[in-house]
Design a protein around this ligand. Structure first.
Ligand SMILES: Cc1cc2nc3c(=O)[nH]c(=O)nc-3n(C[C@H](O)[C@H](O)[C@H](O)COP(=O)(O)OP(=O)(O)OC[C@H]3O[C@@H](n4cnc5c(N)ncnc54)[C@H](O)[C@@H]3O)c2cc1C
Length: 364
């Protein structure tokens, strides 16, 4: 039996793929309702379709434009391939349903407690009972604070952004989301992502004081009325995190497979789940397979993030000033943002003045 802990996108997709291959799979989720509480904005690039096409019912809106603000500049990009915004509860539930339909046993309200002497202890929260299982493979898809990783003493330094988000009421363009760079949120950026004409998800993420930055950001947006608040940890990619140890594997946020530029991790977790299926079915190294698919780009995202974290507002202004040229915009609009390795060189070759930013790669 394969035990998957966590019915987020990475765990459910891994459970789906492995059940489809004929393995006996149990998918344990600690919450009573899969996909709840929401701790995400739900932005997905076209890249998701490499794996599956999300059902219409889970999509709240389709994005054709992104408006990026720095202190003095503003640039609008028209996406050649639109992003979609999903309802994370419905999205996670649809993935768990895929796993169930493929033959996995989906067990909400079941919490992984620990691993001892080769067995895992699962608490049935509803019935207040505990049961031991001896799986052939243990998959930790249990998010940033992975208990599976802790229980198996998997090595690596774990650093997080703290995300703060609220559903706000107002008037929004349902096809455009906005990004705010610079001192408004120096560690990452702030965003306003529409759900429809009347509601949007406003948020930001920071290494410290997220609520202070968030209050100031809401003020900047004109203190809109707030319908709901969400928040959560976002792992900062670190290549030293151990993701495979004997028969235990980490996938998704548990493995820190998150883009450091945007804090997006859904497609990366799903990519790693696919690598894990291949590793288990072909008896290959999971670590080698997921790294082949993701590591170069995750590393580049981290490098860009570290450089940007040294920018002052005037540097963001200069960056937007350069990328608003048509020849630069075209590259950004055409290439998939998940994979900077596919367009960074083209950008640098088209605009030699980008060399100004090289100093931030080395530190000052
Ligand atoms: C504010 C915010 C906004 C974000 N916006 C985006 C975005 O727009 N696009 C994007 O791609 N990414 C975004 N992310 C990141 C994204 O949410 C994660 O990368 C993604 O959810 C990771 O999926 P996962 O399956 O690895 O983990 P999770 O989605 O965290 O799922 C882990 C699951 O494991 C369960 N679990 C935990 N512990 C146990 C246990 N002991 N036993 C059983 N079950 C357990 C949890 O309940 C949860 O259901 C955002 C994150 C935050 C915080």
């Amino acid at each position: 039996m394969i035990a998957v802990v966590g019915a987020g996108p990475a765990g459910s997709y891994a459970a789906y793929l492995l059940a489809k291959q004929g393995y006996e799979v149990k998918l344990f989720e600690e919450h009573k309702e899969i996909g709840s509480p929401i701790q995400c904005t739900g932005i997905l690039t076209e890249g998701i379709k490499t794996f599956f096409t999300p059902k219409k019912e889970v999509i709240t809106t389709t994005i054709s434009r992104i408006k990026v603000h720095s202190q003095k500049e503003q640039v609008e990009f028209k996406l050649q391939k639109p992003d979609i915004i999903v309802d994370r509860t419905l999205f996670d539930q649809s993935l768990a349903a895929m796993a169930h339909d493929a033959g996995a046993e989906v067990l909400p309200w079941h919490r992984f407690e620990k691993k001892e002497q080769g067995k895992i202890i699962i608490e049935d929260i509803k019935n207040k009972t505990k049961k031991a299982y001896a799986p052939s493979h243990l998959i930790g898809a249990d998010g940033p604070n992975s208990h599976v990783a802790k229980s198996d003493h998997m090595k690596g330094k774990r650093t997080f952004f703290y995300g703060a988000q609220a559903t706000i009421k107002g008037t929004f363009d349902p096809e455009c989301y906005e990004v705010y760079l610079g001192s408004v949120c120096p560690d990452l950026f702030a965003w306003v992502v529409p759900e429809n004409e009347h509601y949007a998800r406003a948020g930001l993420a920071s290494f410290s004081h997220p609520h202070t930055y968030f209050q100031a950001f809401l003020k900047k947006l004109g203190s809109p009325s707030i319908c709901a608040c969400q928040g959560g940890l976002i792992p900062l990619y670190n290549r030293t995190i151990e993701t495979e140890k004997e028969h235990t594997f980490l996938v998704g946020d548990a493995a820190f497979q998150v883009k450091a530029t945007t804090a997006g991790g859904i497609i990366q977790g799903i990519t790693a789940a696919k690598a894990l299926e291949e590793a288990i079915t072909k008896n290959q190294s999971y670590e080698q397979l997921w790294k082949k698919a993701l590591q170069r780009d995750l590393w580049l995202h981290l490098l860009i993030r570290k450089a940007m974290n040294r920018f002052a507002d005037k540097d963001y202004d200069y960056l937007l000033h350069l990328v608003q040229q048509q020849r630069m915009k075209k590259i950004i609009e055409e290439f998939p943002r998940d994979y900077p390795s596919r367009f960074m060189t083209s950008l640098a070759l088209r605009e030699p003045r980008l060399a100004y930013f090289a100093k931030f790669l080395m530190g000052r």
